[in-house]
Structures are given as C-alpha cells and as structure tokens.
Design a protein around this ligand. Structure first.
Ligand SMILES: [Zn+2]
Length: 400
C-alpha cells in the first residue's frame, strides 16, 4: 500500500499561559468575536440589500483597511483574522451543503463573546512552535509554556488555541503525516455499536468501555445543585461555574480517551473492521407506534420520549467520534474499515440466515425460529455485520 502525501492529523497539547498572556488571549478572543460577527453582518447585509454574495477572499481583502482604524484587532497578525474569516466561511459552506442535501440546518449565528472560545491561525505564520524549549510563540502574545508531551509528525500547517473553562489547549494541524503500516493479523471483526462505549463483537465478546463518566457524572450533578444555591454575581458562584465547566470537559475528555483506546486496540488486532453505517442506522430508526387504546399505560409520556431523542444524539455524537478516530488510525495502519447497512442485522440468524422479527426474543436475547440458534442479540448482530462487511469488501475487490 502506498502512502498518500495528504494524510492529516491533529495533535493536542495543554498550554499554560501566564496571567498576562491569559488576559491577552481573552482580549484577542473578544476582538476576533467582534470580527466574526461583523463579517457575518456584512455577508447578510450585502445579500439582503444588493443580492451580492461576499466570499472569503473578498473579506480578506478588507482586512488591510482594518489595520488603520482598528489596529488592536490585527495586533496578533492578519493570519489570525483570516483564520476567523475562514471559520465563518466554513460555517457558511456547511450550511449550504446541508441545505442542498435537503436538511434544515440553522443559519450561521452571531456569537456572544462568552461562546467564542477559540483562535485559529489558518496558515503557517504569526506563530512558531519551539518543541526543544516546550514553548509556543504567538505574535502579539509571547511565548507560552506548552506541555509538549509527545512529538507531532508531519509538517505543522495551522494551529488552534482553545479555552475550555479555565484551561487552554493547543491543536496542531499537520499535513504529510507518514503512515505507520502494521503487519497483517489475518483476523476480521464485526462490531455492533451499543450504548456509548459498549460494543458487541463477532468474536462473541461484549466489550465495555472503561467505567468512565459515572463518578464524574455524580460530581457534576452535585456541582450543578450547589451552583443553584449560589447568589448571582457572587465570587462563590463564579468559582462554582468554573467547577461545573471543568467537570463537563472532564467527562468529554474521558469519553474521547476511551474512544482512542478502543479504536487503537481494534486497529492493532484486526485487518478488517466492519461496522454499521450510522447515517443509515438513523434513517431506519422506526417511528414509535401509536398508543394502544386498551392499554394506555403501556406507553410512556412524551417527555420521556423527548429525552430518549436527546440521549440518542449524545449516543450518536459519541459513536461518530469513535468511528472517525477508528478511520484515521485504520488508514494510517493500512487496515480496512467498512460501513454496512444495518438493516435486518438484528433480525437475521447468523447461523442459517433466516430473517424474522420474531427471532429477537427480547432486547438481549436472540433465538432463531428456524434452527433454534441462541445468542446474545448484539453478538448475533455483530456476526451479521461482519458477514455483510466481508461481502462488501469482496465486491469492492472484484470491481477493481
Ligand atoms: Zn437460524
């Protein structure tokens, strides 16, 4: 397998700005937020009044004039400003892409300063990484201490500096990252994605992710309860807000960490990894039936259903992240990941391929009506997914 030159990766490091540097970063975020909103206003205005669309490049050209009447905004360099304009451009692009696909996305919105938490340098200037000194130099802000705990690979092309509560992070976007092909293992696996971080495999295993989240989730609930008792505008309330934010990010990081570990393990052990295609899985999600008039209590009230939808979206976000981590690791290692249509995978017998909705006795149990094959429902589904994945790969090889 040849390595492509365009392989990209993002490396994330914690950075420790001093008090002064933090103030400078926060100030710059305020200015960039202002720029973002002004640029959005320009785009909306010129379309509303002149039916003229403004491009990213049009807006970049106006940055020159900004130097004269708002020098503080361009103090960290025009590259940073271009990064902000690029961000708006991407938001626009994503919006119109989704409209084209027939979805109903929200139009790009004005951002409040409190929500504008990242700075992006879209090009290779205005900043410099000094790994040997564990420092990141930012124009107009200075040299920031960086927890450079592992070297990045490839060429750093762009960076993002992000605030998460009281912590700051640096993301280094690298291109031309060399591939690290792994030796073939001659094993293949099918995976049924269950609730977040629990998977069933065609090898007959039910793998649970680390028991992350539960403990921190409790802490978070307590912290939020305590926040509700604090007086508005008080110092104690402010500190408590920081604590709640910190716990939120902790859960997020734990989830990402678990996804990294699980995907790494799979890529190390298997040549072919077959999964259900999440996009199709969401389409085939059956609408809930009407309540039975004779047994009205058999159905849950609406609020619960709404919550199920919310959980569903958290669930999808979690798996979406897992699948993307798995994909890039697999690509680098020369492994194959195939997404299969999940239709009937839970109703089909993995032994005799008999399809029947009645095969699935309960949420957990599968019992084939034809051959009597018994298994955990998710493991049975995972075996079907592997079979479908092998078929897909075989047909892809024939087509070549
Ligand atoms: Zn069967």
């Amino acid at each position: 397998m040849t390595s492509k030159g365009s392989r990209c990766r993002t490396y994330r490091y914690r950075i420790h700005p001093t008090k002064l540097q933090t103030q400078a970063l926060l100030l710059q975020q305020r200015y960039q937020c202002e720029l973002y909103n002004a640029a959005l206003e320009e785009r909306i205005g010129s379309w509303t009044w002149e039916r003229r669309s403004v491009s990213y490049f049009d807006q970049c050209r106006t940055l020159k004039g900004l130097k004269d009447f708002r020098p503080e905004v361009v103090a960290s360099g025009t590259v940073l400003c271009r990064g902000t304009l690029k961000r708006l451009d991407r938001a626009y692009g994503a919006y119109f892409r989704r409209v084209k696909r027939g979805e109903t996305p929200g139009f790009p919105r004005f951002k409040p300063a409190s929500r504008f938490d990242s700075l992006q340098w879209a090009e290779d200037s205005g900043w410099k990484l000094k790994p040997q000194h564990r420092r990141l130099y930012l124009k107009g802000i200075g040299e920031i201490k960086t927890n450079y705990y592992r070297p990045f690979k490839g060429e750093p092309k762009a960076i993002t500096v992000k605030r998460e509560g009281t912590r700051w992070w640096l993301s280094v976007h690298c291109v031309n990252v060399p591939a690290v092909p792994l030796d073939r293992t001659c094993s293949e696996i099918g995976i049924d994605l269950g609730v977040v971080n629990q998977i069933a495999t065609s090898d007959g295993e039910l793998k649970k992710g680390q028991h992350f989240g539960a403990k921190v989730q409790n802490q978070l609930t307590q912290a939020q309860r305590s926040l509700a008792t604090k007086q508005r505008g008080s110092n104690r309330r402010r500190r408590q807000v920081d604590e709640v934010v910190r716990l939120h990010y902790k859960i997020k990081n734990q989830r990402r960490n678990a996804a990294h570990q699980l995907s790494r393990q799979l890529v190390n052990d298997y040549d072919l990894i077959a999964l259900e295609d999440l996009r199709i899985a969401n389409l085939v999600l059956a609408p809930k039936g009407k309540p039975d008039p004779e047994q009205p209590e058999a159905y849950l009230p609406n609020g619960v259903r709404k919550k199920a939808g919310l959980n569903r979206s958290i669930h999808d976000a979690g798996w979406g992240q897992f699948v993307s981590l798995l994909s890039y690791k697999a690509e680098s290692a020369g492994r194959t990941v195939v997404s299969v249509n999940p239709r009937y995978t839970s109703q089909t017998c993995a032994e005799c391929h008999h399809v029947d909705a009645g095969n699935r006795v309960s949420q957990e149990e599968f019992r084939c009506r034809r051959c009597g094959h018994c298994d955990y429902a998710d493991i049975n589904a995972a075996r079907n997914i592997l079979r479908a994945g092998r078929a897909l790969q075989a047909s892809a090889c024939d087509g070549r």
